[in-house]
Write a protein that binds this ligand. Structure first.
Ligand SMILES: Cc1ncc(COP(=O)(O)O)c(C=O)c1O
Length: 384
């Protein structure tokens, strides 16, 4: 038999996200107002930027240990213990190339080919592809706006079968901005424990919350099956620095560290030194105020158009907008809006096949641009 030059099955089956595709299309039209990526425009604090420069100037720019600088792991452990009232130590922490690598290495550590991972739709698009990259099968539990994008506990229980290995929960949720309440999360925790599953708790937006619903985490450091995923990207506006972390049982962190050695070796040390400084600061109050203002101004403008309605986010900087009454599906809506008005949004289809009647708007632009973009979008709909 002849050898064949052919891509792997995994490479053939993994898709690039529609969000990225629209971001790339937006880049080709010079005056586009781009609401596609969740990439904060606010700057990291000056002291964080200075810590990165200082690291370079001191020549502290070599590889670190695979799991990250000890100083940073210790500081993350302390920060987590302070916030979650837990009692973890640095061996429960791995520093990763963004929250994304934390998710990927976690999945790679626990998924065998054929295992199922449960996701709630609408989901953060990369979960799906990462699960496939690990040889697993994503299984979506579809949720609806009428139920605040939450499944019933019965639905969740019924989705678990002998192949189920893990559940991923993203709280607050991208793309809806929904914040799950304590009761719901406790019930999930119970399902996970009863069925010997892992729970990946993706909390990268946990400090960007506007509602009275207090953030609750299923992580408390006592359960071996809960892996906490977090990142400096959204909270400290450090997306391009590519730094995040996972917290979990030592045996999982050890496995992730071995995988890390073979994938990236370590997270860039410049970002690690900057993260040490970032941990000296809480999520800036003024940033929360700014996002809140952006959301409420955008919602005000969207309200003027009766063919759409926005799901009111309780957290994040996203708005998930129902466009059903426009008669357009999300792809053609997003395409036409971009071509006619030079406004880029992410089609709901990116977040699951059931969300073709939605678009996601990421409010990571200054307020004036947001108002201009929202007005253009309303204009576009009126002209349909
Ligand atoms: C839900 C969710 N998890 C994880 C990430 C990963 O972020 P990063 O890799 O930049 O830390 C993102 C980024 O958009 C996200 O929305």
């Amino acid at each position: 038999m002849k050898n064949e030059l052919k891509l792997s099955v995994i490479a053939q089956n993994v898709s690039s996200s529609l969000t990225r595709q629209f971001f790339n299309m937006a880049k080709e039209i010079s005056d586009t107002i781009d609401f596609t990526l969740g990439d904060p425009d606010l700057k990291p604090l000056e002291s964080i930027r200075a810590a990165a420069c200082d690291c370079i100037n001191r020549g502290n720019i070599r590889y670190s240990a695979n799991a990250g600088l000890l100083e940073l792991r210790l500081k993350i452990a302390k920060d987590v213990n302070d916030k979650y009232n837990s009692n973890i130590d640095f061996e429960n922490v791995i520093v990763t190339v963004g929250g994304m690598e934390a998710l990927y290495l976690s999945l790679l550590s626990i998924i065998n080919p054929g295992d199922e991972v449960l996701l709630l739709g609408p989901y953060y698009v990369n979960y799906l592809e990462m699960i496939k990259m690990c040889g697993g099968n994503p299984r979506i539990i579809w949720t609806e706006e009428d139920n605040h994008f939450e499944p019933s506990i019965e639905e969740l229980k019924q989705a678990v079968n002998s192949k189920t290995k893990a559940i991923i929960i993203n709280n607050p949720n991208n793309p809806t901005g929904h914040v799950y309440n304590r009761k719901f999360l406790k019930e999930i925790l119970q399902i996970v424990s009863e069925n010997h599953l892992y729970l990946l708790s993706d909390e990268v937006y946990k400090e960007i919350i506007y509602s009275d619903e207090k953030f609750y985490s299923p992580f408390d450091g006592t359960k071996d099956n809960v892996i906490l995923i977090d990142s400096f990207s959204k909270r400290h506006s450090m997306t391009g620095w590519r730094i995040g972390y996972a917290i979990g049982a030592k045996y999982i962190i050890q496995a992730m560290t071995k995988l890390q050695e073979n994938v990236a070796a370590c997270t860039p040390v410049i970002s690690q030194y900057a993260a040490i400084e970032a941990l000296n600061h809480l999520f800036p109050e003024e940033n929360l105020r700014e996002y809140r203002k952006r959301i409420s101004e955008a919602l005000e403008i969207l309200k003027t158009c009766d063919k759409i309605h926005a799901y009111i986010p309780q957290g994040t900087f996203y708005i998930f907008v129902n466009i059903k009454k426009t008669g357009m599906k999300s792809l053609s809506f997003a395409e036409n809006l971009l071509l006619k008005k030079h406004v880029a949004v992410a089609p709901g289809l990116a977040y699951g096949a059931n969300y073709d009647n939605y678009i996601r708007i990421s409010l990571t632009l200054p307020l004036e641009k947001i108002k201009e973009g929202m007005n253009k979008m309303v204009e576009f709909i009126m002209e349909l």
